[in-house]
Write a protein that binds this ligand. Structure first.
Ligand SMILES: NC(=O)c1ccc[n+]([C@@H]2O[C@H](COP(=O)([O-])OP(=O)(O)OC[C@H]3O[C@@H](n4cnc5c(N)ncnc54)[C@H](OP(=O)(O)O)[C@@H]3O)[C@@H](O)[C@H]2O)c1
Length: 237
């Protein structure tokens, strides 16, 4: 059985994909800043997951998280899903705002990856999957900070892939288009309709499609250093 650690467990996409990531092959470990409410959610939806409360911007809490994962035999698959968005025209964006965004979207993933790699290198097996966005490739107005943070994450994953290439470890990114969960719910409906018209498949992505991509990256030994685009044709490399 492989242990999957999914960060940002209380977020919309994490809650939507969690049911698809529990099976006889996978044990799901979730981390969130709101452990009590996520436990309740998992109980109500019969999702068999282990849950640990941590703020990933605090190094001591990330260390405690990884100590806790040892209870289950460590992390085989790390999914760096925690992320925040920030809308601001680039001429208004301050360095402090960008710094706060980078703390969650980039440095938290770096902290988790570094600690996960310690166990993965010892095991000779590991999968690191980070979550990026189509916006990193096709920015919209006001997304320079978000674009920068996700671009940094993708570059970091490529570097990790090289460092771990002979260790049984792969490191990849999935760049979501507009998925029908989480952050998308914050977008006003007239804008949502306009976005949908810009997607060749004319629909938002579904949670089970995300889970399919994750399972592929877990099972594929020879896919590393890649960004897998999941966007209904909205952007093509
Ligand atoms: N929805 C989309 O269409 C879409 C498109 C492209 C990319 N994405 C990416 O997909 C990922 C999930 O997004 P979502 O749509 O599910 O958004 P969401 O509902 O806002 O969830 C994001 C989660 O990130 C976690 N987080 C934020 N700050 C944190 C911190 N300091 N420490 C620990 N966790 C923190 C939070 O988890 P807790 O509340 O559990 O602490 C939050 O619920 C993000 O990386 C996002 O950029 C989403």
């Amino acid at each position: 059985m492989k242990n999957i650690l999914l960060t940002g467990g209380g977020g919309g996409i994490a809650k939507a994909i969690a049911p698809f990531l529990t099976s006889e092959s996978y044990r799901l470990l979730l981390t969130t800043r709101a452990a009590d409410s996520l436990k309740l959610f998992c109980e109500e939806h019969s999702i068999p997951a282990e849950i640990f409360g941590a703020d990933l911007t605090l190094p001591a809490e990330v260390e405690a998280l990884f100590e806790w994962t040892e209870t289950f035999g460590g992390v085989d698959v790390l999914i760096n899903n925690a992320g925040v968005s920030h809308a601001s025209a680039s001429w208004k964006l301050t360095a402090d705002e960008l710094h706060r965004l980078m703390e969650v979207n980039f440095y938290s993933a770096v902290r988790c990856t570094q600690l996960a790699l310690q166990g993965m290198r010892a095991k000779g097996f590991g999968r690191i999957i980070s979550v990026s966005s189509v916006v990193a490739h096709k920015p919209a107005f006001g997304t320079s900070a978000y674009t920068a943070s996700k671009s940094a994450l993708e570059g970091y994953m490529r570097g990790v892939a090289i460092d771990t290439a002979t260790k049984g470890i792969t490191a990849n990114t999935i760049a979501y288009g507009y998925m029908n969960a989480g952050m998308l719910n914050d977008v006003p409906s007239p804008i949502l309709e306009a976005i949908k018209q810009g997607i060749p498949q004319e629909q938002f992505g579904r949670p089970e499609q995300i889970a399919d991509a994750i399972r592929y990256l877990i099972e594929s030994e020879y896919t590393t250093g890649q960004t897998l685009h999941l966007n209904g044709g909205q952007w093509m490399p």
